[in-house]
Design a protein around this ligand. Structure first.
Ligand code: PGA
Length: 224
């Protein structure tokens, strides 16, 4: 099973969310492809999770919905926080520890471990982001994404071969079985990553914003 995970980051209006799902539905119905070995996830800003879930269901799309963050706290007096329980009503996946949150929001390992624990308690599947073999990974996270900082949003992707080597080291060091690669993945280079045995899938930022480019990636992945 290979994962193709889109991360919209802090983008889109509700109108644009609707447009994305409707266009993606057109892409899917235009070509029959075998998605049996692929899990497709789109990680969406909190406020659109409910809308996205409704659109996914109405349009019968083979997509899983994910959030991009989660609170380290359970429900209670934590103003502004969105708990794992709340997220789990609308999503099956959650990204924890993206480098943008580590850098811009100063989230450290202690907070991120709490977030991963809260997600695990409600059976949200965590996609735990790390930047290299020295990033600490909580025990038992189901999915990890290796995202070298220099490759994020720069157009300078790693090669499948090199990412595969780093991922092999990370797997051994942190005892995780499924690791995705993220950083400037495009329709052009996706095959290079997905055809590498050590790489469990891709985490795609910019390339997931346009439904047609995201679909093109999925199409190319289906041709490996
Ligand atoms: P990018 O982002 O695909 O735009 O490089 C990847 C990510 O930040 O997850």
């Amino acid at each position: 099973m290979k994962y193709i995970v889109g991360n919209w980051k802090s983008n889109k209006s509700s109108k644009e969310v609707t447009f994305w799902f409707e266009e993606f539905a057109k892409c899917i119905s235009s070509q029959k492809i075998n998605l049996n070995n692929t899990t497709i996830v789109v990680c969406i800003p909190y406020v659109y999770l409910s809308l996205a879930q409704k659109l996914r269901d109405t349009l019968s799309l083979p997509l899983k919905i994910g959030a991009q963050d989660v609170s380290p706290f359970k429900n209670g007096a934590h103003t502004g926080e969105v708990s794992a329980g709340m997220v789990s009503e609308y999503a099956q996946y959650v990204i924890v520890g993206h480098s943008e949150r580590r850098n811009e929001c100063k989230e450290d390992d202690a907070i991120l471990f709490e977030k991963a624990a809260r997600a695990q308690e409600v059976k949200l599947t965590t996609i735990y982001c790390m930047q290299g073999e020295n990033t600490k990974v909580p025990v038992g996270v189901p999915l990890v994404a290796y995202e070298p900082i220099w490759a994020i949003g720069t157009g300078q992707a790693d090669t499948g071969d090199n990412a595969g080597k780093v991922i092999t080291v990370i797997k051994r060091k942190w005892n995780v079985t499924n690791i995705l690669y993220g950083g400037s993945v495009t329709a052009k280079n996706i095959k290079d990553f997905l055809s590498n045995e050590s790489i469990g899938g891709v985490l795609v930022g910019g390339g997931s914003l346009d439904p047609h480019s995201f679909w093109e990636m999925i199409l190319n992945a289906s041709r490996i």
